[in-house]
Design a protein around this ligand. Structure first.
Ligand code: ATP
Ligand code: MG
Length: 265
């Protein structure tokens, strides 16, 4: 699904805006990373995209269809979001029922439901915890269940709002790899809001947000080679990228080889 923000302005209180005349477009089959400092408006953008907030000014289009109060119900069923704090996301007393909850609401047939629970719980490596109470899980395990619950709905647009912040580094890499696979296999649009520089590497495009506006956008390599932008996004570059950035043009071959290594990491 394509997402388009057309001069979107939004504020929680009258007279102040936290998203300011924001315009951008995201294509189907893309993974977009959104980065930016605390309070810059990233989660607000995610909520606007989901139709959980409505712009004060401007318009949001999903596949060309205006996301307004009338269109939101239909479109929202095609979108899924995993929030930063998994604690507020559980509704059932077992992991299995929690993943089932959204599927039941959509009247998915029981056999299909059981198939999806198994499939997506395995994908996030929580299939041996299906009978446990989500409240008793560790932070990272909770995030894994929250991710499985959203993926099981098989939405066309998946938004991860710092949804991997509690995962161990290998867990993050596995989830991102899964998202990339889904993106290509099932034609999904994926948005990851993150402070984790490694997640930026996997994106097709990076949006850098500062004070409710786009500070920069481009391919990961464009953003990662611009330390000034990263500083404004409150992100520390990877040491290896710092090394690449410090190498002169006479070392282009080494630079290329290091980038290649990085992208394969
Ligand atoms: N429900 C709310 N009511 C009033 N102000 C809010 C509300 N939610 C967020 N804000 C304010 O809006 C601004 C943007 O917040 P937002 O949560 O979008 O930032 P963020 O970029 O996601 O930050 P973080 O990296 O800390 O998650 C902040 O100044 C915040 O205090
Ligand atoms: Mg946020």
């Amino acid at each position: 699904m394509k997402i388009k923000f057309d001069s979107v302005t939004f504020g929680y209180e009258q007279g102040t805006s936290v998203v300011k005349d924001l315009s951008f477009e995201i294509d189907t089959n893309q993974m977009i990373a959104i980065i930016g400092p605390n309070g810059s408006g990233k989660s607000t953008i995610a909520k606007l995209m989901m139709g959980l907030l409505i712009p004060d000014k401007g318009h949001i289009y999903i596949d060309g269809q205006l996301l307004d109060e009338a269109g939101v119900e239909k479109l929202r069923s095609k979108m899924g979001i995993v929030f930063q704090n998994p604690d507020n996301q559980f509704v059932a007393s077992t992991v299995k029922d929690d993943i089932a909850f959204g599927l039941e609401n959509r009247c998915i047939e029981r056999s299909e439901m059981l198939k999806r629970i198994k499939e997506y719980a395995s994908l996030v490596k929580m299939d041996t915890h299906l009978e446990r109470n989500p409240e008793d899980l560790s932070g990272g395990q909770k995030q894994r269940v929250a991710i499985a619950s959203v993926l099981a709905m098989e939405p066309d647009v998946i938004i991860f709002d710092e949804a991997t912040s509690m995962l161990d580094p290998i867990g993050v890499a596995e989830i991102i790899e899964t998202l990339n696979m889904l993106k290509n296999l099932a034609s999904k649009t994926i948005i990851t809001i993150t402070h984790n520089i490694e997640e930026v590497l996997y994106a097709d495009q990076v949006l850098v947000i500062n004070d409710g506006k786009i500070l920069a956008s481009g391919k990961p390599i464009d953003i990662l080679t611009n330390n000034q932008i990263l500083e404004q996004a409150h992100i520390l570059n990877l040491p290896i990228v710092d090394l690449i950035n410090s190498l002169g043009d006479e070392n282009q071959q080494i630079k290329d080889a290091l980038w290649e290594y990085l992208y394969k990491m």
